[in-house]
Design a protein around this ligand. Structure first.
Ligand code: UD1
Ligand code: MG
Length: 460
């Protein structure tokens, strides 16, 4: 825990034009979570006091910020220096302030805390975070005086005209800093524009001229250092983030048969002794209990699985599957599906907005929509709930321990009582009382000698 807790500014108002996107750069997701949210999370866990995010009016970033995060609008000027000046009202002259970049999503909270500690123990006016472990192309290079003190940062986004010794420098500016508030604002006001931008990094030579102490905190943590300016950078960051997520779950007791093919969002929860087979995609607020077996090739989106659930080759969205149930292979559970304990939803079955009772089975080739299937009921192969009359949706209710014949259609609204049966091929348009057999089809008749007659009529 940091003491006193510093205000953290997050610069998130850049135009991000090299992303070639209608979406603001910092809202691009990394493992399902917006870049800026990763930074906010690191700031929080790293001991931030207030968190203020610099946003551009009307770009939608301010609206997307989590509860408790303030925003400051960058209404004028371009560049990281202009971003900080937009938040000057949040910088207390006598106190320290940390500045992070919204496009540096994987910065670890430990590093945020270490940067602040280094700043405080050095008694510096400014401390910047650096690394020499990343490909330095395109980053600001940290140029040091012969004595080792930080002199200035030279941008290398464009290399023409950049001196050789700069391009040979491996140490880069990560874009995370701690400052004394008054030193920062005084220096920043004096920074002039470079190609229409006011660079935050312009403060370093000015602070140095004024004899103010500058410290640098170096890290070897590559993933913490990556800044995202293009979608190529995003690919790199996504890979590191995914590895972090997989490692966290593995250490918490999850088995990965093929970790490189797993795609798991940051907010997903998975219980111990669950096995993830190859090709598993877990998105959003998905929660998987312990002892489950998910995959191969299964997607869960905002789905909740209880304990010991088995789901091979299936696609589940906004649904719940309770303890001991099994789903698939090749099932599609849509929003509002609720599969009860030990129930089974089998092959080529689609379920929407329906409860499948404990121990009930829908094993093959069925569509169950807007229905309740009672405990212990067995739905025959190829059953369909006709839930839509062209204008409205209606419900189908099957009681407990019902046995439906193959190819039954339920023309909703319709109720089938407990322990009832339906005959194969029935189109059930009226209720079936408890314990009854509903038969709704034409009786078979056989036309004797038909084949012979057909042959005679078609001639030799
Ligand atoms: C910046 C640093 C560079 C460092 C790199 C690390 C400067 C001048 N350069 O370069 O030394 O190596 O980050 O990734 O600071 N932003 C605003 N308002 C603006 C412009 C930018 O809020 O007007 C925000 C962006 O949304 C982004 C951050 O500031 O989150 C950094 O801006 P970006 O344009 O990506 O700077 P880089 O060129 O990457
Ligand atoms: Mg950047």
């Amino acid at each position: 825990m940091l003491d006193p807790k510093p205000t953290v500014l997050i610069m998130a108002a850049g135009r991000g034009t090299r992303m070639r996107s209608a979406l603001p750069k910092v809202l691009h997701p990394v493992c399902g979570r917006a870049m800026v949210e990763w930074v906010i999370e690191a700031a929080r866990a790293g001991g931030a006091g207030r968190i203020v995010c610099v946003t551009r009016p009307g770009d939608g970033v301010a609206e997307a910020l989590p509860h408790g995060v303030e925003s400051a609008e960058q209404q004028q000027g371009e560049g990281t220096g202009a971003a900080v000046l937009a938040a000057r009202g949040h910088i207390e002259p006598g106190a320290g302030v940390m500045i992070l970049s919204g496009d540096n999503p994987l910065i670890r909270s430990e590093l945020v805390a270490a940067l602040w500690d280094a700043h405080r123990s050095a008694g510096a006016a400014a401390t910047l975070l650096t690394t020499s472990e990343l490909d330095p192309a395109g980053y600001g290079r940290v140029m040091r005086a012969p004595g080792g003190q930080v002199e200035r940062i030279v941008e290398t986004k464009r290399v023409d005209g950049v001196p050789r010794e700069v391009l040979a420098t491996r140490e880069i500016n990560i874009g995370a800093y701690a400052f004394r508030g008054d030193d920062l604002i005084e220096a920043l006001d004096a920074v002039s524009e470079t190609e229409g931008e006011r660079y935050l990094t312009g403060v370093f030579p000015l602070l140095r001229e004024r004899g103010r102490p500058i410290a640098a905190h170096a890290t070897a943590d590559v993933s913490s250092a990556i800044g995202v300016n293009t979608r190529l950078d995003l690919i790199q960051v996504e890979r590191h983030a995914q590895r972090r997520i997989v490692e966290r779950h593995a250490l918490a007791g999850v088995t990965f048969i093929s970790p490189q093919t797993a795609s798991i969002d940051a907010g997903v929860e998975i219980g111990a002794d669950t096995v993830l087979e190859p090709g598993v995609t877990l998105r959003g607020a998905t929660r998987v209990g312990g002892g489950c077996r998910v995959g191969p090739q299964t997607t869960l989106i905002d789905a909740t699985l209880g304990e010991r659930v088995v789901v091979p080759h299936s696609y589940l969205v906004e649904c719940a599957v309770r303890d001991g149930a099994s789903v698939g292979p090749f099932a599609y559970l849509r929003p509002g599906a609720d599969v009860g304990e030990r129930a089974k939803v089998g092959t080529f079955v689609e379920v929407k907005n329906s409860a499948i009772g404990a121990g009930a089975k829908v094993p093959h080739l069925s569509y169950i929509g807007d229905a309740e299937v009672g405990e212990g009921t067995n739905v025959g192969a190829g059953n369909i709930t006709a839930n839509y009359d062209g204008r409205m949706k209606h419900r189908t209710t099957l009681g407990k321990r019902v046995r439906t014949g193959v190819h039954t259609s339920f023309v909703a609204p319709v109720d089938v009582g407990d322990d009832a049966y339906t005959a194969a091929g029935s189109v059930i348009t009226g209720d079936v009382p408890a314990g009854a057999l509903g038969v709704a089809r034409n009786r078979q008749r056989n036309i004797e000698g038909y084949a012979k007659r057909a042959q005679e009529e078609s001639g030799p």
